[in-house]
Design a binder for this molecule. Structure first.
Ligand SMILES: Cc1ncc(COP(=O)(O)O)c(C=O)c1O
Length: 381
């Protein structure tokens, strides 16, 4: 450990925030100012459900009857009725045979890859997939092959290159990419996977609740062609925990063999109850997803109309590409001084000279906030 040295420009400060008064505000507890309320343009609580009174109440009530934590793994004494209820309701909503809960999306993704690939597999992934999936690939011992982001020709070429080896092939994509806000062409990808008879894993972390029919995810219309999807409750559901969804045969195989499912304390009943209440809210407000996407499109248009930055993103995630890391950090500070929390994303998370300010648009942001943001952005030199 003595030899460990982290390059100076890779060191990140772990900041602490608390909720501000308005639904989109966070208070920066690291700031020297006594009350540094910032408009939150960075968290993934897209509908503000983490603060929703009904969601919190549901979570509290279940805690009273079932305990705060589950005290053990699902296979020992940790399974609670709320787990079964959430699994059944999610499976019904997503039209999937089986849903299994996990304590986090990171863990669900590792479990998914480890279950679907082994040291004899070739795993072909979009260049921009989340770190948790890469960790899963490493843990599975399989061979990692990347294709260019959303590039169907490159994907097909990579499959063709390895098809003749007779090794099993697994393709991994996200439906909505967290750093670019770009959407995977899932119809075409499922078509390619079917053509070559290869398995497909889709991470729906950022799309669930927002994109696809009634927020059921972009993969919903193609779910028959997808081996497994993963989703998290830590983003639009405003809770914590995650799940995998698949057919009953694969689901049963995971129950019996997945260490990440069997040997971990079951998802806290409070989080499962919160996620279930959020699911009911998302189901009964079918317009939320589309309204959020329209709002985000307006933000994108206004930034493009008023500033000379390139803006990426076809969703509630927008990236203002600044380029140089130092300049991006200066812009982040400028925004912060003017009341906006919009975190800079820089290497190694994104390639060199592709540093950006990543915005996540949430339901409660109103037009006045957008106007104010534009004038602050324009003032940055
Ligand atoms: C695409 C993607 N997948 C998985 C995860 C992990 O989910 P969780 O936060 O529930 O661990 C994240 C979260 O950062 C993510 O962005």
């Amino acid at each position: 450990m003595n030899k460990i040295k982290i390059p100076k420009n890779r060191i990140r400060k772990l900041k602490t925030f608390t909720l501000g008064q308005r639904p989109y505000e966070l208070q920066d507890l690291n700031s020297k100012k006594s009350k540094n309320n910032l408009i939150d343009l960075s968290s993934n609580d897209y509908f503000g459900l983490s603060r929703d009174k009904d969601v919190i109440k549901a979570s509290y009530q279940v805690s009273l009857s079932e305990g705060l934590g589950s005290g053990s793994s699902r296979f020992i004494t940790g399974s609670r009725p709320i787990h079964k209820l959430l699994e059944t309701q999610l499976a019904e909503w997503l039209n999937q045979e089986k849903v299994l809960l996990f304590p986090s999306g990171f863990q669900a993704n590792i479990a998914a890859v480890q279950g679907l690939a082994n040291r004899n597999s070739i795993v072909i992934v979009d260049k921009l997939i989340h770190n948790s999936l890469l960790v899963g690939i490493r843990a599975s011992g399989s061979k990692l092959v990347r294709f260019a982001h959303n590039d169907l020709e490159d994907l097909e070429n990579k499959i063709l290159k390895f098809k003749s080896t007779q090794q099993s092939i697994l393709i991994i994509v996200e439906s909505l990419y967290s750093m670019e806000g770009s959407i995977a062409p899932l119809q075409e990808i499922t078509g390619i996977c079917k053509k070559y008879n290869v398995e497909l894993l889709v991470d729906e972390a950022h799309a669930l609740g927002i994109l696809g029919p009634e927020g059921k995810g972009i993969s919903f219309n193609f779910s028959n062609e997808i081996t497994m999807i993963t989703g998290t409750f830590g983003k639009s559901f405003g809770s914590g925990g995650a799940f995998i969804a698949c057919n009953s045969k694969i689901g049963e195989y995971f129950i019996q063999t997945s260490g990440a499912f069997r040997y971990t304390t079951a998802l806290a009943p409070a989080l499962a109850a919160g996620a279930l209440e959020s699911l009911q809210k998302i189901k009964s407000h079918k317009e939320w997803g589309i309204n959020l996407l329209n709002k985000s499109e307006k933000w994108k248009k206004e930034i493009l109309r008023n500033c000379s930055y390139q803006v990426k993103g076809d969703s509630q995630i927008l990236s203002i590409i600044v380029g140089q890391e130092e300049k991006t950090m200066l812009l982040q500070k400028h925004l912060e001084r003017n009341g906006f929390l919009a975190v800079a994303i820089r290497p190694p998370t994104v390639p060199l000279n592709k540093s950006r300010i990543r915005l996540t648009i949430s339901r409660d942001l109103d037009l006045d906030i957008l106007k104010n943001f534009i004038s602050v952005l324009k003032a940055f030199k």
